[in-house]
Design a protein around this ligand. Structure first.
Ligand code: ADP
Ligand code: MG
Length: 342
């Protein structure tokens, strides 16, 4: 180690991961794919396993003054299942590790686990282990999910080809807008504890933030229709950031159309009420846990009528750049602001 000091913010979270990856050497032939996708891939004989892990910290990823513990437990599982889904695999097992301060009672941990168990039931996964330890600074939850797929069935970030169609599921921006509402009402409450939070009319957006769904329904439907996306990633950091990941890994460019971007009416109206640009929320809001995928044109007719899959653009050559055609027809460069914790 030299005396040189580089701030993490200088290279960013993704730059740091790339940098660490340079020093890692894969030794086992069963490690099919390591760092760099939504999950790692391990050869398991006639099929492959995928493994992904996520860490949630109180004060960074959630605030217990508005996140109910059962919802938090559900979300901690869902965000991992979402990464398994993004590989086009089916989740099977999870491990659950928690660090607790003495602020937490047995009943509080039971409440957290009611959500974890509800999600395990919902996604058909078994809780097979974990770790429990003391914490000095709030609650920490780390979940690892293991999934399965047949060989050849996986979708990587790196498989997008020129002329593929870019699709996104559900609607975007809701989780960010929901977070802003929860923060606003928290400030109102802190200023005057007599006031009850005004959350009527914001259920959809707050629900998107507090209890997101992983889109396993879409994975099962595509399997029935025999569609394997050429590339896929889940939308955890924001659509623009995820498009950048796919473009970088696949060595391609992309053009999307603003008027095709899916936004829920409550998300739109609430964004306007909060003086936020709805399209910025769609492009850069995080934590929607929808799927961003590219499909070969031959598969378009199979998904064309799906009510929850939206066709937002197409894959281009890398030198064409990452572009958005606005509603007025102007072409702008996409910027991947995403969610930055550093
Ligand atoms: P996602 O948002 O899909 O969870 P991340 O951006 O967190 O993905 O991670 C991208 C890739 O980097 C994944 O392959 C992940 O396993 C890997 N990764 C993240 N942090 C580390 C780390 N500290 N050491 C090694 N690999 C890491
Ligand atoms: Mg992911």
């Amino acid at each position: 180690m030299s005396d040189k000091r580089t701030e993490i913010g200088e290279i960013g979270e993704f730059g740091l991961i790339d940098h660490l990856n340079e020093s890692i050497i894969i030794k086992n032939s069963s490690t099919v794919f390591g760092i760099g996708d939504d999950a790692a891939v391990i050869d398991s004989g006639d099929h492959v396993k995928v493994v992904t892990t996520d860490l949630l910290l109180e004060g960074v990823h959630f605030d217990l003054s508005y996140a109910p513990l059962p919802h938090l437990g559900f979300k901690a599982v869902a965000v991992n299942v979402s990464d398994v889904a993004a590989m086009n695999a089916i989740p099977k097992q999870i491990t659950v590790s928690i660090a607790l301060s003495n602020r937490f009672s047995v009943e509080a941990v039971e409440a957290l686990y009611s959500g974890i168990n509800a999600a395990a039931e919902h996604y058909g996964v078994d809780v097979i282990g974990g770790d429990t330890t003391a914490s000095r600074s709030g609650l920490v939850i780390s979940i690892t999910a293991i999934g399965e797929a047949k060989k050849g069935q996986l979708s990587f970030r790196s498989g997008a080809k020129v002329n593929d169609i870019v699709c996104v599921t559900g609607d975007l921006g809701g989780a960010l807008v929901g977070l802003q509402i929860l923060e606003r009402e928290k400030q109102v409450y802190l200023a005057n504890p007599e006031m009850t939070p005004e959350l009527d009319g914001f259920q959809y957006v707050t629900g998107r933030q507090l209890r997101p769904e992983a889109r396993m329904d879409i994975i099962h439907e595509m399997r029935e229709m025999e569609v394997v996306p050429t590339s896929m990633i889940d939308v955890s950091d924001g659509l623009a950031s995820e498009l950048f990941h796919i473009c970088k890994a696949s060595g391609v460019g992309v053009t999307i159309y603003e008027d095709k971007l899916p936004i829920d009416k409550q998300t739109f109206d609430t964004a306007v009420e909060l003086n936020l640009d709805p399209i910025t929320c769609v492009l850069n809001g995080g934590e929607d846990y929808e799927l961003l995928l590219t499909i070969d044109q031959k598969d378009f007719s199979k998904l064309e009528k799906h009510p929850d899959i939206h066709f937002i653009g197409h894959v281009t050559k890398a030198e064409d750049g990452k572009l958005m055609v606005t509603k007025s027809g102007t072409v702008v460069s996409l910027k991947a602001q995403g969610w930055k914790h550093f």
